[in-house]
Write a protein that binds this ligand. Structure first.
Ligand SMILES: [Zn+2]
Length: 82
């Protein structure tokens, strides 16, 4: 099997509880472009796979709203790694 065959399968990083697909993911169909949220008991963080934007909060309930907001407008696509 070639490497391109597995591209439909998105790899979830350790600790990621939710993924919010970005605007760029909608446009390109590349579902790797997402804001990945990691939620803990007392804190939560997110990271955008498109532009690298990161957020951290001590109020885990806030993280979904923030991730959603960022994902809705982020059109960044990182340079592909070879
Ligand atoms: Zn972004």
């Amino acid at each position: 099997m070639s490497a391109s065959v597995q591209s439909a399968q998105t790899v979830w990083s350790d600790g990621v509880t939710h993924r919010f697909l970005t605007r760029a993911a909608e446009i390109t169909g590349n579902h790797d472009l997402a804001v990945e949220v990691s939620e803990g008991q007392v804190e939560a963080s997110s990271r955008c796979a498109g532009c690298g934007h990161r957020e951290h909060t001590w109020f885990p309930r806030e993280i979904h709203g923030r991730a959603q907001q960022h994902a809705e407008k982020c059109r960044a696509v990182p340079r592909p790694t070879v």
